[in-house]
Design a protein around this ligand. Structure first.
Ligand SMILES: Cc1cc2nc3c(=O)[nH]c(=O)nc-3n(C[C@H](O)[C@H](O)[C@H](O)COP(=O)(O)O)c2cc1C
Length: 395
């Protein structure tokens, strides 16, 4: 398979290139009856939008157009297709990159695999993170579907460059949407901004670590043996451009602990089993155990930087120097949080359908009611006014 599709029962296929006329997504496998509007998508898309401070200056409106699968505001069970027009395209920035592949980017591997003459170098072509706008649209649909089980997803940056923040609460993660650097609190925000600005002034970039929290996931999501929830999450998150690491629960820290420290101790409380420390990050045996799913992804620093770096001129095969001009994210991790949340939502919704927790064919009236009510609660919990009055002015 060519690898443009992801998911088993809820399957997305993305299409389009950075400087082509459109990018978009086909979402197949949605049950009929899900209320879905352009505005639902726009709510999530705003948190990945370019053209703000600390992110790329490319001013895309990211206006979604739903062109199939909806009748009178609800899904019909047919594929839902969402397209986005690419409006702010300046391909001249890429003339030099056509012959001088960027260190750290996909340029040279694409040339070597597909051939120089077949390579759409403009804006990074298919390798561009422009494609991730389609994932966030699909993620918004998955997030809304997950409202049926009362499952909410929120992410924030737990580190940017060399600056770490304290672990955040779920509410702080929700409200980090309004931080220009996806920080969980004001103190971290100031430090993150300084880290990004300093690197940017020096013609450089920084990486970051996103933490994604799934609140109230259904129990038992994940399939033995190869489609474990952890395995599908790992693939989903590592498929995001610039993601270089994935861990959940204790992650890499577990390797240095004793069993007595790392074990997730079991208690029976309030009529249900609980894992006291949630060191497993909500997944044991590849199945969700009902505790919050907590995962982290590491984003590398943006490869397109002004600082001159060595490469090779593809015309002469001689050494060359490249200083990347144009509009680039000084830290891809900032907009990457929305993408990571979306891929998490898609995996969970897919597995919820596979497990029969969410119907695969049609939602019943009471289920639609639950979704509408929960979506409203979610939207109000992460509205600017709920997050902080000052957040409203940042929008
Ligand atoms: C939201 C987001 C925005 C990105 N913006 C840029 C960018 O402006 N410039 C850039 O060089 N890379 C950017 N990237 C990363 C590249 O797309 C990525 O590094 C490249 O495709 C190579 O893939 P790899 O890093 O996964 O190997 C971005 C990634 C994400 C998730």
């Amino acid at each position: 398979m060519p690898g443009n599709s992801f998911g088993e029962r809820l399957r997305i296929t993305t299409f389009g290139e950075s400087h082509g006329p459109y990018v978009g997504v086909v979402i197949d496998g949605l049950p009929a009856g899900l209320p879905l509007s352009k505005e639902d998508l726009e709510f999530e898309l705003q948190f990945r939008r370019p053209g703000r401070q600390y992110v790329t200056g490319r001013r895309e409106k990211d206006e979604p157009e739903i062109i199939s699968g909806i009748y009178e505001g609800r899904t019909t069970g047919a594929p839902v297709t969402v397209i986005f027009k690419n409006t702010d395209v300046i391909s001249s920035f890429y003339e030099e990159i056509h012959y001088k592949p960027r260190p750290g980017h996909a340029d040279l591997p694409y040339v070597l695999k597909y051939g120089f003459d077949n390579w759409d170098y403009r804006g990074g072509g298919r390798a561009s993170a422009r494609e991730t706008v389609a994932r966030v649209a699909a993620g918004a649909v998955a997030k809304k579907l997950l409202m049926m089980t009362g499952t909410w997803i929120a992410g924030y940056l737990t580190a940017i460059g060399k600056v770490d923040a304290e672990a955040a609460s779920f509410e702080e993660a929700l409200c980090s949407k309004y931080s220009p650097v996806r920080a969980p609190n004001k103190e971290a925000e100031g430090l993150y901004e300084e880290e990004v600005s300093t690197a940017f002034k020096e013609g450089d970039s920084v990486g970051g670590i996103a933490e994604i929290i799934v609140r109230n996931p259904p129990i038992g999501l994940g399939e033995p043996v190869f489609d474990k929830l952890k395995a599908d999450l790992a693939k989903a998150l590592l498929s995001i451009p610039a993601v270089v690491g994935f861990e959940y629960g204790l992650g890499f820290r577990a390797a240095r602990m004793r069993g007595s420290e790392a074990n997730d101790e079991i208690v029976y409380e309030g009529g249900r089993f609980r894992w006291r420390k949630n060191t497993a990050g909500g997944i044991l045996g590849g199945l969700s155990n009902g505790e919050d799913i907590v995962l982290r992804v590491a984003f590398k620093p943006t490869s397109s930087i002004r600082k001159p770096q060595r490469t090779v001129d593809l015309r002469t095969l001689q050494p060359a120097e490249l200083s990347v001009v144009g509009r680039h994210d000084p830290s891809v991790a900032i907009r990457g949080v929305a993408v990571a949340e979306s891929m998490t939502a898609l995996v969970l919704a897919d597995h919820a359908i596979r497990a029969g927790v969410i119907p695969s064919v049609r939602l019943e009236k009471d289920q639609v009611g639950r979704i509408e009510e929960e979506w409203k609660r979610y939207r109000s919990a992460c509205s600017p006014s709920a997050c902080s009055p000052s957040a409203e002015s940042q929008q």
